[in-house]
Design a protein around this ligand. Sequence first.
Ligand code: SAM
Length: 279
Amino acid sequence: MVQTLSQIKALLDAHGLRPKHRFGQNFLHDARKMEAIIESANINAGDLVLEVGPGTGALTTRLLAAGAKVAMVEIDTDLAPILQMVCGEHAGQASLLLDDILEGKHAINPKAIALLEQMGLGTTHDSFKLIANLPYHVASPLLVNLVVDHPRMSGAVVMVQKEVAQRLMAKPGGKDYGQLGIIIQMLCHVEGVSTLPPGCFWPPPSIDSMVVSLTRRQQPLVEDAHRMSELLQKLFQQRRKQLGSILGRDRAFPEGISPQQRPEQLTLEQFVELARWQS
Ligand code: SAM
């Protein structure tokens, strides 16, 4: 059953609940935006989906109707009865883990991966998609972790705060261009799907949000993403400095890269060149 705003409110009321700010609970109720997420996720029957933060299950029910098998990971145990009902109505197609999707700041909770494996994620040939209206505070670490450390994630369609979306899509030269967008773009193609003003959510957040789609590149631009991240961190900690001041001027830079350039001016391919030159 598709959930409208009054149904989302009624479900919470029936369990004596209110949206929790600490868990980033801004429930998406705009049906057209929800459909746009489903459409751009390009779901085929039987596709395995990781949904982080299903809330009351408004997006989940649409994913299930599209034929996906959905592994839900929800931190708020108070939502258990609502989500267990969704699982009950879709036995074999939906499973629930009540836990934090992140283990510390730098890893995905292994129980979430185990749940995906129970639902059919097997060898390296199998894959899953991340489709979620993400809580703002977990979006960046979650995306970096999944993209860098979980190559079985073939792609994602996620709602994030607009500022994070701009960093994910940023091109050289702008203020948004930095470590987050560069490492993700080296491994995935990133596209904006649509902008969501605060009125699409209840309660409305104070900022705009955006849906972005990530599709894993068939040929990643970088093999060792961890080493690349270390280099990017070193460079972007001092983004206004010239490359020569950060990396030294005692040997010639690779062709096409000048020691006078600043990190934010380099293309993805030039960062790859620079990493090779450093090793
Ligand atoms: N999917 C619903 C929707 O589309 O309206 C709710 C999205 S709401 C923006 C974010 C959801 O993520 C909430 O249900 C919240 O409890 C959950 N959440 C917050 N932090 C989380 C975490 N670290 N791990 C898993 N779920 C989390």
